[in-house]
Design a protein. Structure first.
Length: 169
């Protein structure tokens, strides 16, 4: 849980504007969020969505996250994992007592309310991460290696492999 102490790494003004417009004023969900001077709507995004909610999330209750099915204009794979805000997401393979439910609502299919969705989709034992990896692979082209980091030819080789040594501090 050490990552929980990480800062946002966003400039203060950007962070406060983001929180105010997205969370307090709900501008993105209501089609009022401005990008380069024009309002955007989630339904205009056509890329498939993989949304994750956690059963006991006190910050982002899963039924609120589930509303992406109403807002998106694309196929939505919704996954509900057990746990709370942190443990529900950081539930890597090998963790005991993990389970999740998952289903995809294809664009144009009939919407099911959260309670109906919950009863239709039985728990799957294990971490949700392999499900996500499978979704990524199914919707991706061949994977390629990331670009070489650093600028060795200019005398600046990489210091170490990702994610860096700061995580051990």
């Amino acid at each position: 849980m050490a990552w929980n102490a990480d800062a946002t790494r966003m400039p203060a003004r950007m962070h406060s504007e983001y929180l105010r417009s997205i969370f307090l004023e709900n501008q993105l969900a209501e089609g009022r969020y401005m990008v380069e001077g024009r309002a955007i709507a989630l339904r205009d995004i056509k890329a498939p969505v993989f949304a994750v909610g956690a059963e006991r999330d006190h910050v982002a209750p899963w039924r609120s996250i589930y509303q992406i099915n109403v807002l998106a204009g694309a196929d939505v794979t919704f996954l509900l994992t057990n746990g709370g805000h942190n443990a529900g997401i950081v539930s890597e393979p090998g963790h005991k007592n993990c389970h999740y439910r998952v289903a995809t609502l294809k664009r144009g299919e009939t919407y099911a309310d959260p309670e109906t969705w919950l009863h239709r989709n039985q728990p799957v034992l294990g971490s949700w991460w392999p499900e996500w990896i499978g979704w990524l692979k199914a919707g991706s082209n061949e994977f390629s290696a990331p670009p070489q980091m650093g600028a060795a030819d200019a005398g600046y080789p990489p210091l170490c492999d990702a994610p860096g040594t700061y995580i051990f501090e």
